[in-house]
Write a protein that binds this ligand. Sequence first.
Ligand code: GLY
Length: 564
Amino acid sequence: MNCLLKKLSLLVLIGLILSCSAEKEEPVIGLITEKAMVVSAHPLASEVGSAILKKGGNAIDAAIAVHFALAVVYPEAGNIGGGGFFVIRDKDANYHSLDFRERGPLNSHQDMYLDENGEVIERKSIKGHLASGVPGAVDGMVKAFDKLGSLPWTELVQPAVDLAENGFELTADEAAKFNRAVENFQTYSSIDPVQFTGKTWKEGDVLVQSQLAETLKLIRDNMREGFYSGPTAAFIAAEMERGGGIITLEDLEKYESTWREPLIGNYKDYKIITMGPPSSGGLIILQMLGTMEEYQVSNDKGKYPDYIHLKTEMERRVYADRAAYMADMDYYPVPVSDLLSKEYLKDRFLTFDPERATSSASIQEGKLLSMSEETTHFSVIDSMGNAVACTTTLNGGMGSSVVVDGAGFILNNEMDDFSIKPGHPNMFGVLGGEANKIEPGKRMLSSMTPTILEKGGELFMVVGTPGGSTIPTSVFQVIVNVIEFDMGMQEAVNAKRFHSQWQPEVISYEEGAMDERLQSTLEAKGHVFVERGGIGRVDAILKLPDGTLEGGADPRGMDTAAGF
Ligand code: GLY
C-alpha cells in the first residue's frame, strides 16, 4: 500500500512537472550576431544593409542603403516620396537627430481641406495630389551621408537600382497587398507607371519597376539634384499640375532637412536618446517613462492589469498634451522642458486613481508650470559601435496613391498629419489644434519615435516601429518589456500590445492579448476595450551583456534581422 502510494505521488509529481513545463513557454530568441546587425521590414532590405556593413560601411551607410532598398521592395511605406527621422549614436557617443519630415507646400493653407461651410471634405487630406507634403527623404539621406557616411554614395544607392531594375519575387502576402491597392491607384494616379496595377499579382511574380530604377539612377549620380531638380522635379511638378496638386518646383528647390538636437531623458539608470518635435513620439515616451518611474510595475499575472491601467491613464494624459502643445518647433513654441519636468508630470497625475479609469472628457491638456498607419522603421548597429534608428513614412499605406508619372514612385499623404480642422481627428483618430495647423513650409506633427537607449554610458538598445499614433506606445511597451519585465529583444517584440490615446476613450488590444482575468479587472476599473489587428511592427536590436547583439524582428510582418 505504502509502495503504491509512493508510486502514485511520484506519478502526480511527474505529471505536475510535465504540465508546468508544458505551460511555461521557452523564451523566443532572435538572431544573435557577434558584430553588426540590421533589422528592417523586408528581408531583401536587411540583406542589402548587412552586405554594406560586411564590406566595411558604417551603420549610417547601411541605413542609407536600407532606406533606398525599402523604397523598392516595400513600397507601401519605404519611400523616396515621403520623409522621416534619423536618431544616431555614433561610436564616440555623440548624438545626432536628422529631421527629414515632409513640409507643407508654399501654397498650402489652413482651410485647404474644408468646404465653403467650413466642413472637412472627406479623404481630401488622405488620398490624391493635395494630400502630399513636400518629400524630404532624399535630402535626408544626402545630409546624413555628407556628415557621417564613409563608403562612396553610389555604392549605397546601387543595390536599390538593381532591385528595381531586375525585380524581385513577390510573396503571396505582397501580391495580395498590391491587388488590394489597385483601385486606389487607378482612382488617384494619372497613369499606371509602376506596374502595381493593370494585372492580378500572384505569389512568385517578379515586380520590376523601370521608372523607379531610372529615378534612383539620377539620385545615385546626382545626389540631391537627382530628385529636387532636373527630370525628377519636372515629373513631380507635371504630376501635380495634372492632378490639381500644389507642390511646385520652388517647393522642391527650397526643401531642406534639418539636424536637430535629439531629445534626451533618463529612466532609472538608462539614458534615452529619441526624436523631438516635429515628432511627438519622443516627448510621449519620455513623459510616460518619467511618470512611471514613481510606480512599481510587473508582468506577473496578478499585477499585469495594474500596469495596463497605469499605462492607459498615462496615455490619456500625454495624448491630450499632444493635441494641445506638440507641433513643429520652427512654427510653434513647444514647451518641451515644461512637458518633461518632474513637477509637471506629478501634477498631471494627481487625478490618477489606481482603482478607476479617468474619463477622457475630464482630461484636458495639463496646465503648464511656466507658460499617422503605414510607416516603416529599421535599426542598425555596426561593428564600430555606431547605431542608427530610422523611422520613415508615406503616412497611410501607399501614401496618397499618387504615383509620379515618369519617375515611378509614390507620393506621401502626410498633409493629414496636420490638424486640418481643430477637433477633427486625423486618420489615426488623434486630435490636434492651433499648434499643428497647416502653414506653408511647416512640418506636420508626427508620432514617429526612433530611439536609442544607453545603460551605464554604453549602447543598450535601438528601437522603433510604424503604426501612426500607436508608435510611441509600442516603443514604450517594448522598452518596458526589456527593462522591467526582463525579456530578451525578440520576446519583447513578440509580446502582445495594448494601446490607448485619450480619444477615442478605449483600450485597443491585439488578438490574444486579453485574458478573462485581465479583462474583468480592467472592466471593474471602468475601461472599455476594442480588439484590433496587429499594433506596430517593432524592429529593434539589443546589446547583450557579453557584447553580442540580439535582433528583434517583428513577426507581425516579414521583418527580418541580418548580420554577422
Ligand atoms: N505619418 C505617421 C507619423 O508621422 O506619425
